[in-house]
Design a protein around this ligand. Structure first.
Ligand code: UD1
Length: 421
């Protein structure tokens, strides 16, 4: 069992380098399948467990992969032979479902283990499958696997009941090689979707409207390898900003796309965080006089990201007054709350809302990371807690944060990994 120990109440200061975005790198790696010729050169790819699972998966399909060991990954997909994502891999990483669209487009066939319930909600893939069906694929589910097949995909009008990030990505990738034009209405508009669409266009696709709720894809005959820069991780950036606001000092993070972080910056500033941009692509958080309780609601982009909700709750435990946080994206995403309460936080959950009363004096204890961002929230709480906090199941955190222990230690945190038990 991976564990991280934090001795709290140390002041943080210094610079943090933000890694390439996990949620952009994963779909971009999956989209590499679409290149029938040439090589894709992708960077900076964050060296995370989820990325390693995706690379294993791509290799199992026959893709040739090389890395330079410092963040560049080269992928050749000319020899694609496999069309299946087995249980072992989908179970380790839900984003494995993102290979479906590219496989269906290139081979006319894909088979994946159905992702089960995961810690932050049931997370079905019905919108992905309805999109494939609209493009002319036959969809069959048997024995815990779902299989999609089509002779040739046909462009279609697809309305998403919800702007799902994964469904938008999967359908957009499938439609690149379809015959005719596809429209995705009520599409997700996350920065990671823009990064993926730009990559697909660099490979030869014809996609417009990305970054809005209406994406149009004109099918092309084939795609070829190209170079792609992966955007900085806005969720990692938000986590270190909150660390600085909680325990700084002066903490500067970069590179960041500040435009992609407007909702997070607005809510942190509303709570009294002193955040300034002294240089392009950088943000600095300075000590603030006093944090105040705020209300916040998670929403699809450009709303406040659900992936920062647990970290927001961690900082709101230190704000004066009451805060009401409403989670609208996932139905079961308050699992960090009981753990924070064990550290002394005063939080009540009712349905999709959490009422936080602060400020609370947090004290260190052993807590469990139930998922990636819940784990990040517990580390943040540990930074301000009195005494020692041990976060168990820390492997969840390593799925999404490159070298979190090393990065926080460089800022002055007293943090270390404990030997696995
Ligand atoms: C992606 C991100 C994840 C983030 C989430 C929301 C990646 C690899 N992961 O996940 O970190 O928390 O966006 O910003 O990019 N839904 C359905 N049917 C579907 C698909 C989704 O009902 O077919 C529901 C989900 O259960 C959830 C909501 O839609 O309640 C949002 O999910 P979605 O946007 O698809 O998230 P992911 O792409 O899985």
């Amino acid at each position: 069992m991976a564990r991280i120990l934090i001795r709290g109440e140390r002041q943080l200061s210094g610079q943090v380098a933000i890694s390439g975005a996990k949620n952009a790198a994963l779909p971009i790696l999956a989209a590499s399948i679409l290149a029938g010729e040439g090589e894709n050169c992708l960077a900076p790819i964050p060296w995370l467990n989820d990325v390693i699972v995706m690379l294993d998966l791509l290799q199992s399909l026959g893709l040739e992969i090389e890395t330079d060991g410092v963040g560049t990954v080269y992928v050749r997909a000319a020899n694609l032979i496999g069309w299946e994502a087995p249980y072992e891999l989908v179970n380790r990483m839900r984003a494995s479902v993102l290979i479906m669209g590219p496989l269906l487009a290139r081979l006319g066939r894909a088979r994946i283990s159905l992702p089960g319930g995961c810690a932050i909600g049931s997370r079905p893939i019905d919108l992905h499958l309805r999109g494939f069906h609209a493009l002319g694929a036959e969809v069959q589910a048997n024995h815990g696997y779902v299989e999609v097949q089509a002779q040739k995909l046909q462009g279609a009008y697809i309305y998403l009941d919800y702007p799902s990030v994964g469904a938008t990505e999967n359908i957009m990738m499938a439609a690149t090689l379809a015959e005719g034009t596809t429209v995705i209405e009520n599409a997700a508009a996350e920065p990671e979707i823009i990064n993926l669409a730009e990559f697909l266009n660099n490979m030869g696709a014809r996609i417009s409207g990305y970054g809005t709720d209406r994406i149009e894809i004109e099918g092309v005959e084939h795609l070829r390898g190209t170079k792609q820069v992966v955007i900085p991780d806005r969720i990692e950036a938000a986590t270190y900003l909150i660390a600085g606001a909680l325990a700084g000092g002066k903490v500067t993070i970069g590179p960041v796309d500040t435009g992609a972080m407007r909702a997070v910056l607005a809510k942190l500033q509303e709570a009294g965080c002193n955040i300034v941009s002294e240089r392009d692509n950088e943000l600095t958080v300075l000590p603030s006089a006093c944090l105040q309780g705020i209300d916040a609601r998670t929403l699809p982009y450009p709303g406040f990201p659900t992936d920062v909700q647990p970290q927001l709750i961690a900082i709101l435990t230190q704000a004066h007054g009451a805060s009401l946080v409403t989670e609208t994206v996932f139905e079961n995403r308050f699992q960090h709350v009981p753990e924070l309460c064990r550290m002394g936080a005063q939080i009540k959950v009712s349905g999709r809302q959490a009422l936080v009363r602060g400020p609370s004096r947090l004290t260190g204890t052993t807590v469990t990371a139930t998922d990636l961002r819940a784990g990040a929230a517990l580390i943040l709480a540990g930074l301000v807690a009195q005494g020692e906090t041990i976060v168990t199941n820390a492997y969840h955190i390593d799925r999404g944060y490159v070298q979190i222990v090393e990065k926080l230690r460089a800022l002055g945190a007293d943090i270390e990994r404990l030997p696995d038990i």
